[in-house]
Design a protein around this ligand. Structure first.
Ligand code: HEC
Ligand code: HEC
Ligand code: HEC
Ligand code: HEC
Ligand code: HEC
Length: 567
């Protein structure tokens, strides 16, 4: 009896608060009706969404900012949670103009699969809208009248991206970290409209009432939130694919295309072992001590091992584009400069390049390099458009250029990279480089059911090349097929277990006293992916992104450099 009464008081005060917020113009669950009606052409547009919505199962990030911003570590570092998260790619996963363009292009190329594409592509990139629409029986659609349309009832929900109440409500349902739980099959419990909801956290015995009364969410300790398996549900992704007639050719999950397998790669690395355990959170949510994790109540004790919500990866390219097109994309967060700076540090830590051997012999400069991956998965990781390449230059003592492989052009293409000139070809993996038109590119090349190179996700059936650097401990001969090394790197004995050894053998005639420089570089948007996407620039989303890309400054980032001189 007593506890029922307490709950109902809590519920009433939560309701009052919501009503109060609504009367202040925020907290509304319905589309913004206070402004003039918005005329839309059915594409995404610039309207700024409200992040202080509440819905049956979720709550906007702004509602959490009230207490979880304005907090510091014991050294005085500001570790405000919503602020850190807001300039991450996950917070902007629905505003991401590359994503919008790509979904639009896939829809155009496979119109018969509209329902599958709308559902699949919004599941992880617009998770609140996807889940809430399904619970309420509403349409799961992105463009037109769909989620990105400000008149859609889930516009605010979709715009909040991978938000607080998505990750923190993922249930430990026994499927996390398994095939059943991958590809966005996370489980958020359908409680109907009135249920009290749970926010799982890493701390035992959290102070409950302030948050429960304010948001209707009960902070609850659960071990699973700290595991890589929580990330795996969205970061291991297989996609169905179609044949040249547009008919689905993948028969079951096993046969689907492994588009992103970061978790499975990690599982094969030393970081998944007890001795060297490092979870996704350990690297992507660095920890600090002495944080009062909520700015109220004032008597709250500080906690250690607080995980910062920076969620930095490698995508400085898109962070720059989000920041430079704020109005057009409806971006409100600040802090992109800081996020880009942190991304550069992350990339610098991601690999080492070192000289194993350097000599001149028989009028040839021979330089042997070793590249070591320090990340917890393949490098580059994640979406297949990523690539890492080596820019190798040689000059004589007078400074005259003798050799250059891997020079990047202003448009992001790489000189000598076959796939950048001809979309149907690609640059193979090399053990040895002897001429300027050969470039070492670590990345993936997708092929369709007819073994032709493709950039269309729903046509991609397998990889003809996957020479991304493996993580430490990853044994290429024994790993499962869906994370296998593909193409010539599989035959290369010096490519395995976290590193690659490559030799440059350059004819230099009579020159002596030559200098060389090897730069290891990272590129988010391999040129072939961009060129293929822009073939569809009759499509409004693609055209919009093409303009943003052409105006952007970042084409690649430096990971590591070595130099040497040989007499
Ligand atoms: C299982 C979850 C999941 C699903 C389903 C999913 N994605 Fe993604 N997507 C991701 C993750 C995670 C990343 C980030 C990977 C990275 O940064 O390397 C991503 C990245 C991308 C990117 C690159 C964005 C950028 O800024 O570089 C594009 C484009 C994209 N996805 C398109 C799609 C399309 C099209 C679909 C539907 C066919 C889709 N995604 C479905 C999880 C998903
Ligand atoms: C990508 C998933 C994800 C998103 C999005 C996310 N969190 Fe977290 N959060 C986590 C994980 C994982 C932990 C536990 C980390 C650990 O155990 O090392 C955590 C921990 C926390 C904690 C405990 C203190 C700490 O940082 O360790 C609070 C409070 C919290 N999150 C609030 C929020 C709020 C508020 C938002 C939105 C602004 C948010 N989270 C967004 C995954 C997420
Ligand atoms: C009125 C203030 C307030 C608001 C608003 C608020 N929280 Fe909290 N939250 C707290 C307090 C207080 C704690 C417990 C702190 C402690 O015990 O150290 C907490 C703890 C947490 C934890 C950690 C639980 C654990 O056991 O580790 C998570 C996760 C969390 N909040 C998420 C959220 C999310 C998501 C939102 C937005 C929907 C939100 N909070 C809104 C005050 C608030
Ligand atoms: C609900 C699905 C979902 C969950 C759960 C999730 N992610 Fe993501 N994550 C995404 C999507 C979608 C993107 C790509 C956003 C984009 O590029 O538009 C992404 C991108 C990222 C990136 C790339 C950022 C960059 O700047 O390159 C990192 C790093 C990342 N996630 C880490 C994590 C970690 C760590 C966890 C677990 C604590 C996690 N994610 C859980 C969906 C998810
Ligand atoms: C040992 C540290 C480490 C561990 C463990 C780790 N990562 Fe990473 N991760 C990195 C570094 C460094 C980068 C940047 C270089 C790159 O793109 O690989 C990165 C990149 C990424 C990216 C790609 C961003 C992009 O723009 O393409 C995603 C997504 C990601 N990590 C998710 C995860 C997930 C999910 C896990 C757990 C299964 C994980 N990481 C485990 C260090 C780590």
């Amino acid at each position: 009896m007593y506890s029922n009464k307490v709950t109902s008081i809590i519920k009433t005060s939560a309701l009052l608060l919501i009503l109060l917020l609504q009367s202040c113009g925020g907290g509304s669950d319905s589309p913004n009706t206070t402004t003039d009606p918005i005329i839309t052409d059915g594409t995404s547009n610039s309207s700024v969404a409200d992040a202080n919505f509440t819905s049956a199962h979720f709550s906007g990030s702004e509602n959490c900012a009230l207490c979880h911003n304005g907090i510091q570590s014991s050294t005085g570092e500001d570790v405000s949670i919503e602020t850190a998260w807001s300039s991450s790619m996950m917070a902007n996963s629905t505003r991401d103009p590359f994503w919008l363009a790509k979904v639009s292009s896939e829809l155009e190329r496979n119109p018969q699969l509209k329902e599958v594409i709308d559902d699949k592509c919004t599941r992880c990139h617009a998770p609140i809208a996807n889940v809430e629409a399904k619970f309420s029986g509403a349409a799961v659609e992105l463009f037109g009248e769909g989620f990105v349309n400000p008149n859609n009832e889930f516009f605010n929900h979709s715009s909040d991206g991978v938000s607080c109440t998505v990750c923190h409500q993922i249930e430990d349902d026994g499927n996390l970290g398994t095939q059943q739980g991958f590809s966005g099959h996370f489980n958020i419990i359908d409680l109907g409209v009135s249920g009290e909801r749970t926010a799982y956290g890493q701390y035992q015995n959290p102070s409950i009432n302030p948050m429960l009364m304010n948001t209707g969410f009960r902070p609850t300790y659960s071990e699973h939130i700290s595991t890589s398996e929580v990330c795996a549900t969205c970061h291991n992704l297989k996609t169905p694919f179609v044949d040249s007639d547009g008919v689905i050719a993948s028969t079951d999950i096993e046969s689907e295309f492994p588009e992103q397998m970061i978790y499975s790669e990690w599982e094969q690395s030393v970081y998944a072992t007890v001795a060297e355990q490092q979870s996704c959170q350990d690297c992507h949510m660095p920890s600090v001590d002495g944080v009062r994790i909520s700015n109220r109540p004032i008597n709250l004790a500080a906690r250690n091992d607080f995980s910062k919500h920076t969620l930095i990866g490698a995508n400085s390219t898109m962070l720059e584009i989000l920041d430079s097109n704020r109005e057009e994309l409806g971006v409100t967060a600040n802090g992109f400069d800081e996020a880009i700076a942190q991304t550069r540090l992350m990339l610098e830590s991601s690999a080492d390049i070192e000289v194993l051997n350097q000599q001149i012999f028989n009028q040839e400069l021979v330089v042997q390099l070793r590249i070591t991956n320090n990340t917890g998965h393949k490098l580059p990781g994640g979406y297949p458009s990523r690539r890492v390449f080596i820019h190798f230059t040689v000059n004589d003592s007078a400074g005259v250029d003798l050799f250059e492989s891997g020079k990047m052009n202003a448009d992001g293409s790489i000189v000598g990279a076959d796939g950048d000139q001809d979309l149907l070809s690609y640059e193979p993996h090399y053990e040895e480089i002897t001429s300027q038109d050969q470039v070492q590119i670590y990345g993936t090349v997708m092929v369709n059911t007819d073994d032709e190179v493709t950039y269309t996700l729903l046509r991609a059936a397998s990889y003809v090349k996957d020479n991304r650097l493996t993580p430490a401990g990853f044994a290429k001969l024994t790993v499962p097929a869906d994370v296998r090394v593909a193409g010539l790197a599989f035959e290369d004995d010096d490519f395995n277990l976290g590193f690659d050894v490559i030799t440059y053998r350059i004819p230099i005639g009579d020159a002596s006293n030559v200098s060389f420089k090897a730069e290891l570089k990272y590129q988010t948007l391999a040129y072939g992916f961009i060129k293929d996407l822009f073939l569809d620039n009759n499509n409004a989303e693609v055209a919009k992104f093409e303009t943003m890309y052409n105006n952007a400054a970042i084409r690649a980032e430096m990971i590591s450099v070595v130099e040497g001189t040989v007499n």
